[in-house]
Design a protein around this ligand. Structure first.
Ligand code: C2E
Ligand code: CA
Ligand code: CA
Length: 705
């Protein structure tokens, strides 16, 4: 065992020589010095032995039959794997030409005859040692995934030292060849050349990163000085690391849902913009965009629809902030490029740099409103989303990011307060009165306590006989400073803050007491319809509030009607259905308000205990100018007849509208043609007139009888 191991450890020398004596001498000397020896008497046999035994060193005589020593050496070198095996060529004394040929065919060294036998084993050992370390180094280079080149001072590749075997780098090379991208475009790259120069000058390793755009590959090159005019370029594929860095950056600075910059990134970019604007004496605008009643959609239709909607909104906003013909002037190509960001929830923010006047900002704000106008469609639902936009201008509305954002935000609330789907400049709101969300909440709360609310009543008439058949209660807010505020302007905020619940309770109680008061007139109860916000359905107390109001006022629940919007029915909540059924059983009438807007599905009409449809006034308005609207009204009326539903047309202002509606079977009319909403006192005057007329008619009848 030991012996074999020892034998295997001993280097194997191939001695090729046609002179038998010479062979024997060399064999003897080498074996004595601790080598194993195989011999060959001509060049042909030498090659055969070489292939078979894979010797560690070859000693080869120049002159041999069959193949001479040069040929043998050349053949060995031709085979890739034998490149490193040391080959000594044995030449005649002072045969300079032979020596040169020996090197040219790849010999490691030469030995002159007569051979100095005492030194021979040492020379062989020395050469073997060198070849072993070289082999180790080559193995190492092969094992390293990097590509290694020798590059001259001009960046030209002189030589490739590694082939990056079976690694990603090889794929890069293949890819770059296939796509004709210069894989290592050093000589055309000023930055790379500068690095090489620095490496040569300082002797310090220079690191240089670049991207092969066409291949999406990132490379990192280390330039290491090799000699006075060349460097080693060690090229590593760092694509994965770069991608990981990009992912981390994205997570930290971009909103995952919409892929827009997030609050963080926007904040940073805003700081930079402020610096730039200050330096260049420029103005810019911050537009704070908030979606009206987004919370309702999210709460009622679910987060997945809410998320989808936000994505679509983001894309539309992007389309109007992108550098396109009409907004290109605002493209902050000169700035840091971040114009649109999502701050969270349904809040977006847009930065417009280098604007000349507020007019141009207005143009963009209108554009944002109009780009959001077409209905959105998500998972089979269709809805209209409107934005409220608050605008703060640098420098007049704030000198730092915090103030600008805060003031844009409060301008946004002012826009909501002024009736949604519009925009307000902060400066403009300052001129009137700055209103923060909290102020609004407090004012609405105070309005309840201080009895600033009032109900007006709009009569409903029978379409054929023009008799009074009921009234709709409409909320009015008399603000001590601002005067009358329309419900469209404050109900959205009441809904968002939850104040709609106590307001709704007040409306129900007041309406019921009014029914009770009017019941003193001699023609029985006047049914009153009360608008119920979808938010009130989220409060557990709705059924109790409604029935309690009727009971406390001492009226028949049949004289109370609730107007609910389609969205309430579309939530299709078991609790909503249960509440409506309970109310219905108690005798309360139910109608669908603003019918025809927003939603497409009508199947819910069969599931819910509905009595009446109210055709939205937007359809009635253009009955005579818009054939679509006429068709919609006719279709609603036809459908209602089939379902046995009562129909009220809202917003009827002209005789023509009345005629059309009558003709198509509409039962009831509400609108200025009949009457504007009236205060309780005005309504009482109307009732007295009707009563007087009825009494006169009765007297006349009696007289004639
Ligand atoms: P709505 O339920 O569609 O109410 C009808 C609106 O149409 C009223 O506006 C009324 O003044 C207006 N109107 C009636 N006839 C005509 C007409 O011939 N032409 C035109 N152009 N308009 C007409 P108002 O009072 O400003 O109310 C707006 C909305 O505010 C209501 O729309 C309703 O959704 C909401 N609202 C009003 N009162 C209450 C309330 O007590 N509770 C709740 N939750 N919402 C209310
Ligand atoms: Ca209504
Ligand atoms: Ca309506």
């Amino acid at each position: 065992m030991n012996q074999t191991a020892d034998a295997a450890d001993k280097p194997l020398v191939l001695v090729a020589d046609d002179d038998a004596t010479h062979r024997k001498v060399l064999q003897g000397v080498l074996e004595k010095a601790g080598f194993r020896v195989v011999t060959a008497e001509n060049g042909k046999i030498a090659l055969e032995v070489f292939s078979e035994m894979q010797p560690d060193v070859v000693l080869c005589d120049v002159e041999m039959p069959e193949l001479d020593g040069f040929k043998v050496c050349e053949t060995i070198r031709a085979r890739e794997t034998n490149r490193e095996t040391p080959v000594f060529i044995i030449t005649g004394r002072e045969d300079q030409e032979a020596v040169e040929r020996a090197y040219s065919v790849g010999a490691t060294d030469f030995l002159n005859k007569p051979i100095a036998l005492a030194v021979l084993p040492h020379r062989i050992r020395y050469v073997l040692r060198t070849s072993t370390s070289l082999n180790d180094l080559r193995g190492l280079i092969r094992a390293v995934p990097d590509l290694i080149f020798v590059v001259n001072e001009d960046g030209e590749v002189q030589e490739g030292l590694s082939r990056g075997d079976a690694t990603h780098t090889q794929q890069i090379k293949a890819l770059s060849t296939a796509s004709k991208v210069n894989f290592y475009p050093c000589e055309n790259d000023d930055e790379a050349r500068a690095c090489i120069k620095r490496a040569l000058e300082t002797g310090k390793t220079q690191v240089y990163e670049h991207e092969l755009d066409a291949l999406d590959i990132h490379l990192e090159t280390r330039f290491v000085t090799r000699d006075s005019n060349s460097v080693l370029a060690i090229v590593r594929d760092i694509t994965e690391r770069k991608n990981a860095e990009a992912r981390i950056f994205n997570l930290a600075y971009f909103d995952e849902l919409t892929a827009l910059p997030n609050r963080q990134l926007f904040g940073q970019s805003l700081e930079q913009t402020i610096e730039m604007a200050e330096r260049d004496n420029q103005k810019f605008a911050i537009l704070f965009v908030d979606l009206d009643r987004f919370k309702r959609i999210n709460d009622t239709l679910g987060h997945s629809i809410g998320d989808e909607l936000l994505k679509q909104v983001a894309r539309r906003l992007e389309s109007c902030t992108r550098a396109s013909d009409s907004v290109s002037r605002f493209d902050s190509g000169q700035a840091d490029g971040i114009q649109l960001a999502r701050l969270g929830g349904d809040e977006f923010v847009i930065k417009l740099y280098g604007i000349e006047s507020e007019d141009t900002v207005s143009t963009i704000a209108s554009r944002i409103i109009s780009v959001l106008t077409p209905p959105f469609s998500c998972e089979g639902h269709q809805f209209v989303v409107t934005p409220s936009i608050g605008i703060a201008m640098y420098p007049q509305d704030g000198l730092n990011a915090e103030d600008l954002l805060m003031n844009a935000d409060s301008a946004m609330y002012r826009a909501k307060f002024a009736g949604r789907n519009n925009y307000k400049f902060y400066s403009e709101t300052m001129r009137t009165k700055s209103l923060h969300r909290l102020d609004l909440e407090n004012e609405i709360r105070k309005a309840l306590d201080n009895e600033q609310f009032e109900l007006h009543y709009q009569p409903k008439a029978d379409a054929k006989t023009w008799e009074l058949v009921g009234a709709e209660a409409l909320l009015r807010w008399h603000h001590p400073d601002r005067g009358a505020i329309a419900p469209d302007d404050f109900i959205p905020i009441a809904e968002e803050t939850g104040l709609i619940v106590p307001i709704g309770q007040w409306v129900l109680r007041t309406a019921c007491l009014q029914v009770k008061a009017w019941s003193a007139f001699p023609f029985g109860d006047i049914p009153v319809a009360v608008n119920i916000s979808s938010h009130q359905f989220q409060s557990d107390s709705l059924v109790d509030d409604v029935l309690g109001a009727a009971r406390d006022a001492g009226i028949d629940p049949k004289s109370l009607e609730l107007e609910i919007t389609e969205s309430v029915l579309l939530q299709d909540e078991a609790s909503t259905l249960a509440a409506l059924n309970t109310l219905k059983r108690a005798g309360i009438a139910l109608s669908v308000d603003d019918f025809g807007t927003g939603y497409s599905s009508l199947s819910y009409l069969k599931r819910f205990p509905i009595d009446t449809l109210k055709i939205d006034r937007s359809f009635v308005k253009d009955l005579h100018t818009d054939s679509d609207d006429a068709a919609i009204c006719a279709a609603i009326l036809a459908m209602a007849q089939q379902l046995g539903l009562n129909v009220v047309a809202e917003g009827v202002e002209t005789k023509e509208q009345l005629e059309f509606l009558r003709l198509h079977g509409c039962n009831q009319i509400q609108g200025f043609l009949c009457s504007k909403p009236l205060s309780a006192d005005q309504f009482a005057v109307l009732l007295r007139e009707i009563a007087k007329k009825a009494a006169n008619d009765a007297d006349a009848n009696q007289a004639s009888a």
